[in-house]
Ligand binder design. Structure first.
Ligand SMILES: [Zn+2]
Length: 224
């Protein structure tokens, strides 16, 4: 039963990737892709040049954004400089980057064309740098202390950086109840999968209750 569902999921991912990239961004072939999942994360391999991308989904909840991280270069190594690279602190590049990639034209290592962004003040630059160094995250009290800034001042700068498009706006996620969190946690620990009878026993929950919680998580966009 799981095997069949998993097969279906893989086929879905393969056609989804093919829809996104009808021809391989690296070699231009339309042979299609093979999909495998590692820890519930789809990996796509071009059947022609063997390039492998890993899907990165950012953000939980309603608004997610996909990026594709190159984990294995093509067999001719034309894309080797792109392996494990991404925009700023992110892993992988967005769809548009891969679509506009032109390896034939030897744009190797070229930065993806980004729309021009308004210049930053020194202070904004400093805060952005701080966020960069902390893997894209910021804790206001901690950063405020380290940077010697009042919390309000720091918050205002972060808002400015968002406004100017240097950092992404937070995606509001519907709040979870403790039970929902527990179940989501369980699913995470089990590589994104859940067997209702087994989970119900391990979590000490009646199956009906568990199913209802899973439905809620789906409704809220936390799981598919
Ligand atoms: Zn290819």
């Amino acid at each position: 039963m799981w095997g069949e569902r998993k097969q279906k999921a893989l086929e879905w991912w393969a056609s989804d990737f093919k829809r996104t990239f009808p021809t391989c961004p690296i070699c231009g072939s339309d042979l299609g892709y093979d999909v495998a999942t590692k820890f519930a994360t789809p990996h796509f391999k071009c059947r022609s040049c063997m390039t492998v991308w890993k899907l990165i989904v950012e953000g939980l909840g309603w608004k997610t954004q996909r990026r594709y991280l190159l984990v294995e270069p093509d067999k001719d190594l034309r894309a080797s400089s792109l392996v494990k690279k991404g925009d700023r602190w992110h892993e992988g590049y967005k769809e548009e980057f891969w679509k506009s990639l032109d390896l034939g034209g030897m744009k190797m290592g070229a930065e993806p064309a980004a729309p021009p962004r308004p210049p930053l003040t020194d202070l904004e630059e400093e805060v952005l740098d701080y966020i960069d160094k902390h893997g894209g995250e910021i804790s206001i009290p901690e950063a405020g202390e380290e940077l010697g800034l009042m919390d309000d001042r720091l918050k205002a700068i972060i808002d400015k950086l968002r406004e100017k498009g240097y950092i992404e706006k937070p995606t509001p996620s519907p709040a979870l109840t403790d039970l929902e969190k527990e179940v989501l946690d369980y699913i995470d620990r089990h590589g994104g999968e859940i067997s209702v009878p087994q989970a119900s026993e391990e979590l000490g929950l009646r199956e009906a209750r568990l199913k209802a919680t899973i439905d809620k998580l789906k409704e809220k966009g936390y799981i598919e």
